[in-house]
Design a protein around this ligand. Structure first.
Ligand code: ACK
Length: 941
């Protein structure tokens, strides 16, 4: 509702004796100033005129100049009395009962004379009431009040005039005023006191101004009506942020409250984990440790970065890794958790993990060629497949959890979890491009690039080709060590299709896409033509033999001193490397339980789910099962338990294995998950190795692995043993039965129980408990167990591996074995055993332990062999090597890269000699293979 109109009094002519304010000008002086009594008998002064008996009266009474004061329409209220003509005897015809009201606008405030004609008539005023009776002593007077309004817009002021035309009037008062719409606040806008318009129907448009601490929502407007009422409010203002409306003003939000936007309805309580300490807050500050992201609205609670992702597990598949993790335990009150992955290539050995202090420089970021699916950053899922990794390489993956406030909080490594793993062998990627260089009528020279991802050392390339018309019904295969080959014996002007694939220790990669080349009509090859083939072969063989002899001389000359020297080197290395962690013997603890709890985690038995018995251990059953530690992902485990009725010593011995195992952290050492000691039976929980112990595994897969695969297994064991020796731990029971194999064929050293047993038992050497066949003579003779005696055992393990789990020294009894050793007898090379491997075994079985290689040297040697698999080709066994007689299914066979041309019969002997298989000459001849041509026709059957 509009406030009621306000009337501004311009003048109030109260007729009084004080002439100061009564500047009336009477024309002809007919108007008289007279005192009379009002209705309440109070004496009042009036202007009177009463010439009712005389005709043609024209008596004027004029006011002084009245300033307009901005008004456009003024109101004139006249209070007067008027005599009823009937009450006056003898005035018929001359008596009037009205008077006229005039006005004259003027800027002059002192006009002494104004012509009658200058006045404009406002109205003729008649009385509503008149008095007729005049009683003696009791005269009743009736007061009339009449209001007229007039537009005054042209001058600064005006004059009013009263014209009497023969009435009997007494003017009691004249009030002159104008109207305004009063100051008001509407919709938080202030509208000033506004003078109404000139016309009775006019509306004055007024623009409001926003009250303090407010801003315009839409231009505030209202209209001031002629009667002083506000009409039609439009638009308005809103309180500024930090302020809210209260009784038409904007008041600051009090402490603990905030208002973020002017359009918000009012102040709100600070959201959780935030506060405001001053009045007028537009946003609440987060409590310490809580944060708000730039995009978070002020109404949102303050939040925290997430905790680290949980239960990161990795599954290695050749050169790919699947990483899976569970979301962080604490999401910090947000739902925008995302993950990013850091990939590091780490050096092998005993070094601190990334983020665990000094030494992290040993890890470098992976190259940009590594692929992450679905991505490396901004991940919403908890699973990533990382591919295109290098084969046989140690990687550390760090999974970081982020959310909208991670950056604001400056959170770093605390929200991450990492895993370190080693990729497996992998076949090479396909050759991408084949080029034909020299083309003749019967031959083609092909060349190609190494595959983009060799994933190891390329041992050879296989070229498959066929006439295009023949499709793949009949194809030929050639193998070569180099990246080029001359293909001969082709038909002229024929299109051939070629595929090339590479082989590493991990096997063959896929064939390349088909490349087509056509022979031409040129009869002459560019090279090779006219050279005596036999001479060529002899030259090649001769060079080969010379190389072999030089290599043998080199190896023999080196063997004399190499191990003693390098051992010294390695010992020096250890002294120079004071950061190496040293194994702590749990038996140095007075309280065995203190050791176990220092090195092993106590597991709640309720989190173990035993599934089946997988074997018998020294102290009781070994079971497989699942372990689900609260907040972690369920994993498969092996569970060794201590059978009931054990002695204190048995308990101590049983748990000592866990105290030992718990100190190790290496991909080739079995990992301890924890122990159960607080209830019975006591249990040791380790990672589960799907393929069980190595000796049984090899027996089950007799002859099924390539030499390189076997060397790969030996490398893993050597790596684990190097780690143990670096920690100054002597295993004392290294044997294939104590190596466990997982589903990825990774071998891990296990069974750390014997070290103590042998030390405790002075008669051990002569009891059945000592593994005589695996133990170095000095350890058997006077219990000198050292890393060097472990190296001896490692040599036996090598022999077990290459012979697919054969029992060392077969059925010989222990006493005979000890005697044979003393006499210098050593195990012979197993069937198909590469000479270099048997030589390494013999080195491990040096009588003088200082002459034996260290595990570091063994590891280096095996790495070299893996890099140069050609060195593994020479075997001392009897079986033809796999590479010798491999064939394509249903195809003819091209045996090797050497016999590309037809040989005279005698050349077969030369060739067999050159590859060390001359002893097969008679067997082959008896079977009818007397020439290389006939050998080339040998089929798979
Ligand atoms: O040859 P296996 O199957 O492998 O039989 C023995 C048996 O328990 C007694 O030692 C097997 N074994 C021991 N530890 C584990 C393990 N961590 N994972 C799988 N099998 C294991 C071993």
């Amino acid at each position: 509702m509009c406030p009621t109109a306000k009337m501004y009094l311009i003048l109030f002519f109260c007729i009084s004796e004080d002439k100061k304010f009564l500047k009336w000008i009477e024309k002809q002086d007919k108007w008289e100033e007279v005192s009379i009594m009002d209705e309440k008998n109070v004496p009042i002064r009036t202007y009177q005129v009463c010439n009712v008996l005389e005709p043609n009266q024209n008596n004027w009474l004029r006011t002084d100049w009245i300033p307009r004061s901005g008004a456009q329409r003024v109101y004139v209220e006249v209070k007067f009395t008027l005599r009823d003509c009937n009450s006056l005897p003898g005035v018929t015809g001359t008596c009037k009962e009205t008077f006229n009201l005039y006005y004259h606008e003027s800027n002059e405030d002192r006009e002494s004379y104004i012509k009658e004609s200058s006045f404009i008539k406002v109205d003729t005023v008649a009385a509503d009431e008149s008095f007729t009776q005049v009683d003696v002593g009791d005269r009743i007077m009736k007061l009339n009040t009449e209001v007229r309004d007039v537009k005054v817009t042209t001058r600064k002021g005006f004059y009013l005039a009263f014209q009497d035309v023969g009435a009997c009037i007494a003017l009691v008062s004249v009030r002159v005023f104008y109207k305004t719409c009063p100051l008001t606040i509407r919709n938080l806008a202030t509208f000033p006191d506004t003078v109404t318009g000139a016309d009775t129907s006019s509306l004055v448009e007024v623009r409001g101004s926003c009250v303090n601490q407010s801003e315009e929502r839409e231009e505030p407007k209202m209209y001031c009506g002629a009667d002083g009422e506000w009409l039609v409010p439009i638009g308005g203002c809103l309180c500024n942020p930090g302020y809210q409306e209260k009784s038409g003003t904007c008041k600051a939000c009090s402490v603990g409250f905030y208002k973020a936007k002017s359009s918000d309805p009012g102040c709100s309580k600070c959201p959780p984990h935030s506060h405001s300490v001053r009045d007028g807050a537009t946003v609440c500050d987060c409590h310490s440790g809580f944060f708000r992201a730039d995009s978070d609205p002020p109404s949102m609670a303050c939040t925290q970065p997430p905790s680290a992702p949980q239960q990161l597990i990795s599954v290695v598949n050749e050169t790919s890794v699947v990483l899976e993790w569970a979301p962080p335990r604490r999401l910090g009150g947000r739902s925008d958790t995302s993950y990013s992955l850091e990939c590091l290539i780490c050096q092998t050995g005993n070094y601190p993990r990334p983020g665990s202090g000094s030494g992290s420089h040993l890890c470098l970021p992976c190259g940009s060629d590594v692929l992450f699916s679905p991505g490396q950053t901004g991940l919403k899922t908890t699973r990533v497949v990382v591919s295109e990794l290098r084969a046989h390489t140690h990687y550390t993956f760090i999974v970081h959890a982020h959310n909208g406030v991670s950056q604001a909080s400056g959170a770093g490594a605390a929200q991450s979890v990492s895993v370190t793993l080693t990729t497996n062998q992998a076949a090479p990627s396909p050759v991408s491009f084949i080029q034909a260089t020299d083309v003749t009528r019967h031959s083609l020279s092909l060349a190609w690039q190494q595959p983009d991802r060799p994933n190891g050392v390329i041992l050879e390339y296989e070229v498959k080709f066929y006439e295009k018309d023949q499709r793949e019904r009949s194809y030929r295969i050639m193998r070569t060590f180099s990246r080029s080959v001359d293909v001969t014996g082709l038909n002229p002007l024929t299109v051939y299709v070629f595929h090339v694939r590479a082989r590493t220790a991990a096997g063959y990669g896929e064939f390349s896409a088909p490349f087509e080349f056509s022979t031409n009509s040129d009869p002459f090859p560019l090279i090779g033509e006219g050279v005596n083939s036999a001479f060529l072969l002899l030259s090649i063989s001769g060079v080969g033999i010379l190389l072999l002899i030089s290599a043998a001389v080199f190896i023999i000359s080196r063997r004399r001193s190499k191990y003693s020297k390098t051992k010294q080197d390695s010992e020096e290395e250890k002294h120079l490397n004071p950061g190496v962690k040293i194994y702590v013997d749990p038996f140095t603890y007075e309280d065995p339980d203190q050791a176990i709890h220092e090195f092993a985690k106590e597991i709640d038995v309720s989190s173990i789910h035993i599934e089946r018995v997988i074997g018998m251990g020294e102290f009781g059953e070994v079971c497989s099962g699942r372990l689900r530690v609260q907040g972690k992902r369920e994993i498969y485990v092996a569970i060794k338990s201590l059978k009931a009725g054990y002695s204190d010593k048995q308990r101590r011995d049983f748990l000592s294995e866990a105290s030992i195992m718990g100190q190790f952290d290496h991909p080739n050492i079995i990992r301890l998950e924890g122990v159960v000691t607080r209830c019975k039976p006591l249990m040791i929980i380790t990672e589960y190795m799907e393929n069980g112990s190595l000796d049984a595994f090899l027996r089950k897969h007799d002859g099924q692995f390539t030499v390189i695969q076997l060397v790969g297994m030996l490398r893993g064991i050597a790596s684990g043993m190097k780690y143990l020796s670096d920690m100054s731990y002597v295993h004392r029971d290294l044997a294939a039965r104590n190596i466990l194999v997982n589903s990825n064929l990774v071998c891990k050293v296990s069974d750390f129980g014997l070290s103590r047993v042998l030390e405790d038992d002075p008669e051990a050497a002569y009891t059945t408990r000592i593994p005589i066949r695996w133990t170095a003579p000095e350890a058997i003779a006077y219990r000198k167990f050292t890393t060097a005696s472990d190296v001896w055992s490692y040599g036996i393990v090598m022999w077990e591996v290459v012979s697919y789990g054969e029992r060392p020294y077969w059925d010989m009894n222990n006493q005979d074995v000890i005697k044979a050793m003393e006499e210098g007898y050593r195990l012979p090379a197993p069937m198909d055993c590469p000479v270099v491997l048997h030589q390494l075994m013999l080195d491990c079985w040096e009588r003088e332990r200082a002459e034996r290689p260290t595990f570091s040297q063994i590891l280096n040697m095996l790495d070299k062999l893996i890099r140069n698999p050609g060195t593994l080709r020479r075997t001392g066994g009897d079986r033809p090597t796999a590479t010798m007689l491999e064939s394509g299914v249903g195809s003819e066979v091209c045996v090797s890269v050497v016999p590309q041309v037809c040989m005279p019969e005698w050349s077969m002997c030369v060739w067999l000699q050159s590859i060390g298989l001359e002893r097969y000459r008679d067997t082959l001849a008896a079977a009818g293979y007397t020439s290389l041509d006939s050998l080339l026709a040998l089929t798979h059957q």
